[in-house]
Design a protein around this ligand. Structure first.
Ligand SMILES: Nc1ncnc2c1ncn2[C@@H]1O[C@H](COP(=O)(O)OP(=O)(O)O)[C@@H](O)[C@H]1O
Ligand SMILES: [Mg+2]
Length: 360
């Protein structure tokens, strides 16, 4: 896969009344064309700063940002403008013009692409059969579920509809890179899930690279192929979403993953010595964490049968991320000591992380 965005040793320092402040402290990233990257971090971690650097809105203090193999600092002004037409951005606030209907805004964005090509865009673009701007706009609005609302003005739309219209406008500009900064931050859970799914479908059809900044692990699980964890201006962990969420390494990543999992409640249960974990002799409270991509067998029912033990599930949180189940369960295991030991050995052999939390 060709690299779409390369960030080399990028730092960004700004001057504040209290002195210099370091927003990014040496970031290196290689992002492939067509993949969806989630940048997750707490408020102030530097996510928006990173997106602004990629969009050419600000310059790095040191280091380079390359788009499609060219450093945006080293090229001429007109080449830079050209490179940046391939990058679209949608932020927390919708980027629509108040006095234009939705279809007018989106059509206008598609018209600008026509002009770009007519003004001597890339040769392969000239030969591509293209739809009329109004057809492109209609197609995008339909795909985003806004067809019936196309003649409305921004102020007449709900928050979720406005964000979908902003995404339509961004895609009408035919970008190779789409930057999304907390686009679902103001939406409820169902709305945000729906818009993320629509975005995923549209960008995959178009082979667009996405960089999505968020503080919500749910957004990462929903659409991101890869995750980049940013903490105080540094990348502390990165990798395929499934692998990182299943088995987080950095403390910051673990905190994000646990905050979204009901399995974290087990420590609350134990701390409050809940009757649920009042173990009788011979019982063990055990957590099973699925960290491998090949956990597909019904392991709990298998071990209860195979080893003649009982497993009473107390908490379970298993989700499918990128086709694979991740998460785990916490249960009370009961049966002959030897059989429970054998069951644990068996599960570990299946690459399940097994931890005895408490026993009696
Ligand atoms: N131009 C600036 N001058 C001073 N401080 C800034 C400037 N831009 C951003 N910051 C600060 O830098 C930190 C990182 O910002 P940002 O990239 O917006 O973080 P995030 O998007 O992860 O919340 C924040 O504490 C913010 O207040
Ligand atoms: Mg931000």
């Amino acid at each position: 896969m060709p690299e779409s965005i390369v960030i080399r040793d990028v730092t960004k320092t700004v001057l504040t009344p209290d002195g210099p402040k370091s927003l990014l402290k040496g970031v290196n990233l290689h992002l492939e064309q067509g993949r969806i990257y989630g940048v997750i971090g707490l408020g102030g971690a530097g996510k928006s700063t990173l997106l602004k650097l990629i969009a050419g809105e600000i310059r790095p203090t040191s280091g380079t940002v390359e788009l499609f193999g060219r450093s945006i600092r080293d090229v001429s002004d007109s080449e830079r403008a050209d490179l940046l037409t391939k990058v679209a951005k949608v932020g927390v606030f919708p980027n629509l013009t108040p006095n234009q209907t939705i279809i007018e805004s989106v059509t206008e964005a598609a018209q600008q692409v026509e002009h770009r090509i007519a003004d001597g865009g890339e040769p392969d673009e000239k030969d591509k059969p293209r739809l009329e701007p109004s057809e492109i706009a209609l197609h995008l609005l339909r795909a985003l579920g806004l067809r019936a609302l196309k003649n409305l003005y921004p102020e007449q739309l709900s928050g979720g509809e406005l964000q979908r219209a902003s995404v339509a406008k961004a895609l009408a500009a035919d970008p190779r890179v789409l930057l999304l900064d907390e686009v679902t931050g103001a939406l409820d859970h169902l709305e945000s899930r729906e818009i993320l799914r629509l975005i995923r479908r549209l960008v995959k059809e178009r082979n667009i690279t996405v960089v999505l900044a968020t503080h919500e692990i749910s957004a990462i699980k929903e659409i991101c192929d890869n995750v980049i964890v940013l903490d105080k201006g540094l990348v502390v962990e990165e990798g395929p979403s499934h692998a990182v969420i299943a088995d987080p390494q950095a403390d910051r990543t673990r905190a994000f993953v646990q905050s979204a999992s009901s399995l974290g409640k087990v420590s609350d249960l134990l701390a409050g010595s809940d009757p649920v974990v009042d173990l009788r002799p011979g019982q063990k409270l055990i957590s099973l964490r699925y960290v491998s991509e090949d956990v597909s067998e019904p392991l709990v029912s298998l071990v209860t049968r195979k080893f003649g033990i009982d497993v009473n599930i107390m908490l379970a949180d298993i989700q499918i991320v990128g086709k694979y189940p991740i998460g785990g369960i916490v249960g009370i295991f009961e049966g002959p000591e030897r059989n429970i030991r054998d069951a644990i050995t068996f599960l570990r052999g299946k690459k399940v992380r097994v931890e005895i939390i408490a026993e009696n």
